[in-house]
Each structure stands twice: as C-alpha cells, then as structure tokens.
Write a protein that binds this ligand. Structure first.
Ligand code: NDP
Length: 479
C-alpha cells in the first residue's frame, strides 16, 4: 500500500470537508439508513471480512469473528439510540417565562482517526460509525501493518450508500498520522500510551479536542469464594484470546492464597489444552502475534522474569516451527512486582499469577500501576465483588467477566491514568463527536434580559431583584 502524500492527504480532508456540509444537514434517519445497510452487509460478507482480518494479522478465525460481532453490535446500537442521544433539548432560561435555552449537538466537521493493528476492522469501523452518524466526515489513518481491513470496511460503507468523500483513508506510518492531526477538527486515537502522549500534544497545539484509547496492564482478582473453574475459563479467554494483543487483556492475576494452588492447577490444565496455530478453520484457540518484533518483545518479558526467579507454569516458548511470531500461551508465577512483566504492557499471550493474603491486599497491588483501563473481579458473593470493583482504579471493571466491557455498548469504555482520555460507547461515544451549542432566547420587549441589569438604579431595586432570584431558584434546604 503506497503511503499517502501530503498533498493527497490535504485533498482527502478538503473533499471530506465539502461532503460533510451536505451530510450534516440530512436527518439522522437518513444517515442511519446507510449505517443499517452497512450492518447487514457486514453480516452477509462476514466470510470475506474474516479472511481479510486473518490474512493481515495472523489471528485465529474466532478472534477475527470477535471484530465482526463488535462492529455489527456498534452499528445496531447507534442506529437504534443515536437519534435520542443527539436530540436537542430545552433547558431553563436565565429568567423564567421571559427566556428559554436550547442545547444542540453540532458535528465537529472532519474527524481524524488513527488506529492500531490489533483489531484492524473493529477499531477502524466501530469508532467511525458514531462519528458519521453524528454528521461528521471521517479521515482514517489505519496502522501501516493492517490497512486492508479498513479499506474493506470503507468499501462496504460506500456500497451501503455513503458518499465516498465522507470517508477518506490515509495510508502510511506515524508521520502520516501526525500530519493528519494538522488538518482535522477532532482526533480519535487508539494505540500505545507513548504515541498517545504525542497525539495529545499535537492536538493541544491546534486546540482541537481528542480522545485517547491507550494501553493497559489489566489486573484480575480471584477470591476464595469464587468458582475457580469459571474464573479459570475467564482468565484463559481474557489473557489469551487475540494472542493477548487486546488493550483490555488480563496480564496480572491476584489470587487469594488459600485457593492459589487449586486455581493455578485448573488454569494450567486448561491452557495446556489450547491449540496454537493459524488456519482459516474455527478450531484453533491462539493465533500468531502481529510480527516477529512483537514476539521478541513478549519473549523478552518472559526471559527477564525467568532470569529474575519466575517459574513457568505453562508455555513459555517461542514456536518458530509454526511461523515467525508464535508464542505459546504462557503462565508464570513468582514474578517480581517490579519486573517489566509486572509493570509494562506485555501485549502477548502471557499472564502472571500472584498470591495475595486478602481482598484488601489484592486491591492495593491491582492499583499499583500507571495504567487504569480494565480489571476483573471474581468472588463468591456479588456484593463483595461490587465492593472491590468500586475500589479499583480503572475505567471499567468486569465482575465474573474479563473482556465483556467491549460489547457492553450502553456503558462508556475507556481508561484513566496512562490508559487514556475520553470514552467510546454509550451516549458519550457519539456525543464526543459533537460540540455543544447553547442557544438562549429572550422574549421580553425593551432590550429583554440584556437591559435588566441596567435597570438596577437603587439598592432597593437591586435587593428586590436578588430576593426574586432566590424565589425562582429555590435551593432545597435553604431558606
Ligand atoms: P502505536 O501507538 O504504535 O500506533 C497506533 C497508531 O498510531 C498507528 O496507526 C501508528 O502508525 C500511529 N502513529 C505512530 N506514531 C504516531 C504519531 N507520532 N502521530 C500520530 N500517529 C502515530 O500502537 P500499536 O499500533 O502498536 O497498537 C498497540 C497499542 O494500542 C497497545 O498499547 C494497545 O494497548 C493499544 N490499544 C488500545 C485500545 C483501547 O481501546 N484502549 C484498543 C486497542 C489497542 P503506524 O503503526 O502505522 O506507524
């Protein structure tokens, strides 16, 4: 795929800007009809989409399928609910009866999106759909490693009736991404925290809003009352699906000491049965990493931990016999709390188990990280799990679940601390693509509200005015 030149990028944004004028004036239902057709096409063409994702990422069929499920789900959610989220609403005026206020949501104009390689179809399309539905045009810079899924997604939108100029794609490395930020009105970035910081600085220089969906070092807590079998299944899927290359993957597991050995035994047994490899069939569990350099990084974390005293309970080896970037699903114990494997995002099929003496200790170590994206709690009693969830410093916490937040479209998803700014999904996930505009009206003659303060010519009038305001805006509990 040739890199997009500076002039091509500027032209794509200019065309998008022009097309957006007409698009933003359509009724929501007209825009939604196109996204609804796209939803159906995604389902009808799912085999082609799965082939494309698998070919450019090396992931398994089931991991590719997760992308299709989420894109279809996002389309359905915003087609159904977007209209009410975007509806103007009336609000109190400055003075009752004589004034009124209306809150509107205006699209930004051209939304720039920069996406990574780990979910190339999902992350390119699912965040673009609410941006389009809100009346924006989109110009996307997908990862240079995985451009085809985005190209396919865009072509399905165009086939569904979208004006092609409303969805531009710029190809190339991070340089093209940073150039994109210089042209657009909003930037939605998904990627690593280091790049995210650069994107935030570039957006700040232009004073454009941005959202940053960044990395994580996601903890899971297993308490003695939990169903260990369920928790083990949750951990195996939360740590090893997509070969661990998921921003919300489980990477650290804190298990109450009294059940540590039993839990370890179950997860190790389950993990050893996972089938590793790449094929378009549905029966493989763990696929390839994106490329050899990612496998090097993951193996580096494992090797450093082992040299520092960690024990390999399952996996631990690179599988060059299967391809250049396969790493066995790996479980480690006795990993030092300051080891890179405990502190840095590994982004591979590797998880560390740590015994803890109590739920309180689990919370303290779970929160001992610069990240705050996702977490997971497994306890015998739901009240206890909820109590722990509330104490975790993360944008989302799953109870009896590790990855479910991604398909919980009605609640916001995003990170705190170094895991990002802003949220996707829910009302916020579409309103972030709009600017709020307040329209306030005065119905009074003679200068209306604006001339009101100029009438305060004596202390008595001014005092009476304040008393009236007190009556209008009565605060419960205050006289
Ligand atoms: P990167 O941060 O390396 O890259 C993300 C995107 O940014 C790519 O398209 C990249 O281009 C581009 N880019 C690189 N440098 C710049 C720059 N200076 N200005 C603008 N754009 C730039 O992330 P990865 O692709 O390695 O993806 C993995 C990371 O993404 C992990 O940390 C993961 O946790 C995170 N992620 C977060 C998610 C979330 O929702 N919170 C979801 C999925 C992933 P190119 O690579 O083509 O050079």
């Amino acid at each position: 795929m040739n890199s997009t030149s500076s002039s091509e990028l500027a032209e794509a944004v200019a065309r998008a800007r022009q097309a957006q004028q007409k698009w933003s004036k359509l009724f929501f239902d007209e825009r939604a009809a196109i996204v609804a057709r796209f939803h159906d096409l995604v389902i009808d063409r799912s085999a082609l989409i799965l082939d494309t994702i698998q070919l450019e990422t090396g992931k398994t069929r089931r991991d590719a399928f997760a992308e299709v499920v989420s894109v279809a789900g996002t389309a359905r959610y915003y087609v159904s609910h977007g209209k009410s989220f975007l509806a103007s609403r009336s609000a109190r005026g400055a003075v009752p009866i004589l004034t009124s206020s209306v809150l509107r949501h205006r699209p930004h104009g051209v939304v720039g999106m920069i996406t990574p390689w780990n979910y190339p179809f999902l992350l390119s399309m699912a965040d673009a759909l609410p941006a389009l539905l809100a009346g924006n045009a989109v110009v996307l810079k997908p990862s240079e490693l995985t451009p085809l899924s985005a190209v396919l997604g865009r072509s399905l939108l165009v086939e569904s009736g979208l004006d092609p100029h409303l969805f531009g794609i710029a190809h190339g490395t991070g340089e093209v991404g940073s150039e994109l930020i210089r042209h657009v009105d909003y930037i939605g970035f998904t990627g690593g925290s280091v790049t995210g910081r650069k994107v935030a600085v570039a957006a700040a220089e232009r004073l454009i809003p941005c959202s940053l969906e960044l990395g994580g070092k996601n903890p899971m807590i297993v308490l003695k009352g939990a169903s260990l079998r369920d928790a083990a299944l949750g951990m195996v899927s939360g740590a090893f699906s997509n070969a661990g290359q998921t921003c919300i993957s489980v990477e650290r597991v804190y298990v109450e000491s009294s059940v540590f050995d039993e839990f370890s035994r179950i997860v190790v047994d389950t993990t050893r049965k996972l089938k590793l490899g790449w094929s378009p069939s549905w029966d493989l569990d763990v696929g390839s990493l994106i490329h050899g350099a990612q496998a090097d990084k993951v193996m580096g974390h494992i090797e450093e931990a082992v040299q520092s005293g960690a024990r390999v309970l399952a996996g631990g080896r690179r599988r060059s016999d299967l391809g250049p970037a396969f790493v066995e699903p790996t479980i480690l114990s006795h990993v030092g709390h300051r080891s890179p494997l405990s502190t840095e995002e590994t982004f591979g099929p590797v998880v560390a188990l740590y015994p803890v003496d109590s739920a309180n200790e689990a919370v303290v170590v779970a929160n001992d990280t610069e990240y705050g994206l996702n977490a997971s709690v497994w306890a015998g009693e739901s009240g206890e799990a909820m109590e722990i969830a509330r104490q975790i410093d993360a944008g989302s916490v799953g109870i009896n679940s590790t990855l479910m937040i991604y398909n919980s479209f009605d609640v916001p998803m995003g990170g705190i601390k170094q895991s990002g700014i802003g949220r996707r999904h829910g009302e916020h996930g579409i309103l972030r693509y709009t600017q709020e505009q307040s329209i306030v009206s005065s119905f009074a003659a003679g200068g209306g509200y604006d001339s009101l303060l100029s009438r305060m010519r004596t202390p008595k009038i001014a005092n009476n005015f304040l008393k009236m305001v007190r009556l209008w805006r009565r605060i419960p509990g205050l006289r």
